[in-house]
Design a protein around this ligand. Structure first.
Ligand code: PLP
Length: 393
């Protein structure tokens, strides 16, 4: 038996996605920049995917830059935009983000330091939600010196949702660009880019049942970037290199499936499933807490701290019982360091060290949740107080 509750790390590619990718690899394998029929067929695949993606996020096709994933999209958004802003407005040298961002954002921002940026960490509350009053004060005092803020839409570890619309309004009032890492949002919740005060939005195919190795950056009209992948004129000269047509076509198909799903009523069913799951788990373990539990959260995610236990060990024990969960961001697993997200929220290290992320997919069923609960009940009850002490050594 294999139960997968780690969908924020990645999701299984949908059958329809695999099918379209297979067609691209076997039939429409041309170079989309070629002028002959074989190239045109590949170009058609690419542009169909662009339309499907644009429909899902609510933008024009011309605003989309396909990339190799969420990481590259964030690199391009932050470094590409920062370099253009300082070139045009030399006083805007500050780049700001909260400490709860994904490493793709944190490292991109750190790299801006090397090209003259000053970095400011934005304050968050104990749920990881941006402190809007503090943010407003910062903008009032330093707004004219800030080039760019980056605030993720939904957190990958806790699912906590940022008030992105208000953040965007405040940025706009001060002429500050806003990037949002929407990797965990797009495909799971509705997105209407055109209606939002967001300048740059990034996302990734493999979080919405598409393949790894495809992602996108959406740019508000008028935002200009300095390209990072230099070479050909692909993606309207914003990202050089022959496009990964099969992966992007798979991404497009995944967007269509997500859009159909979002049209239905099943999001609230997913939320009800998650809520039932988390209340049962909380009841199983004295002192268990939901990290970010007092803030609005995306429907599929819960992060639970089990004080006194070691998350890394629990991940292994659950895995041996057939349940896949995560002890923080996948890219950080393998290291025993406490999650930077929970650290930035000020979570007690004892709780942070015993925190697990459970993340559902749109096809997670009641039966999956019941089976997972059975395993969790078994494992947690096997940890007597003595064992807990031993585990926390
Ligand atoms: N941003 C967030 C919030 C993520 O969760 C991830 C992936 O885990 C990324 C960015 C990076 O996306 P990719 O794996 O496509 O590079």
């Amino acid at each position: 038996m294999s139960l997968y509750l780690d969908n924020n790390a990645t999701t299984p590619p949908a059958t329809e996605v695999i099918e379209v990718m297979r067609c691209c690899l076997e039939e429409d394998w041309g170079n989309p920049s070629s002028a002959h029929r074989i190239g045109i067929a590949a170009r058609r695949r690419l542009e169909l995917a662009r339309t499907s993606f644009s429909n899902l996020v609510g933008c024009d096709e011309s605003q989309v830059v396909f990339t190799s994933g969420g990481t590259e999209a964030a690199n391009l958004a932050i470094l590409g935009a920062f370099r253009r802003v300082v070139a045009d407005q030399p006083d805007r040298t500050i780049v700001a983000c909260p400490g709860t961002e994904h490493p793709a954002v944190l490292d991109s921002i750190e790299r801006c330091r090397g090209v003259g940026a000053e970095i400011i960490r934005l304050p968050v509350d104990s749920n990881g939600v941006l402190d809007l009053e503090g943010f407003e004060r910062l903008l009032d005092e330093h707004g004219r010196m800030i080039a760019l803020c980056s605030v993720m839409w939904a957190n990958n570890e806790t699912g906590v949702i940022q008030p992105i619309e208000r953040i965007g309004e405040l940025c706009r009032e001060h002429g500050v660009l806003l990037h949002t890492d929407a990797v965990q949002w797009v495909g799971r919740e509705p997105c209407d880019f055109a209606a939002l005060p967001i300048d740059l939005l990034t996302c990734s195919a493999h979080k919405l049942h598409g393949p790894k190795g495809a992602g996108a950056l959406v740019l508000r009209k008028g935002v200009v970037l300095e390209s990072r992948a230099l070479g050909g004129p692909q993606e309207r000269e914003r990202r050089g290199g022959t496009e990964n047509v099969a992966a992007i076509a798979g991404f497009g198909r995944a967007c269509e499936l997500a859009a159909d799903w979002l049209d239905g009523e099943r999001r609230s069913a997913g939320a009800a499933l998650r809520d039932r799951f988390e209340s049962k788990v909380l009841a199983l373990f004295d002192g268990a807490v939901i990290n970010g539990g007092d803030a609005p959260r995306i429907w599929n995610t819960v992060n639970i701290g089990f004080p006194g236990l070691q998350a890394q060990l629990l991940v292994v024990v659950f895995s041996e019982r057939g349940l896949a969960v995560s002890g923080g961001a996948a890219c950080a697993s393998g290291s025993l360091e406490v999650s930077g997200v929970l650290g930035a929220m000020g979570v007690d290290p004892e709780i942070a060290g015993g925190s697990l992320r459970f993340s559902l997919a749109r096809e997670t069923t009641e039966a999956d949740i019941d089976a997972a609960l059975e395993i969790i009940t078994d494992v947690l009850s096997s940890f007597s107080t003595d064992q807990r002490d031993h585990l926390s050594d």
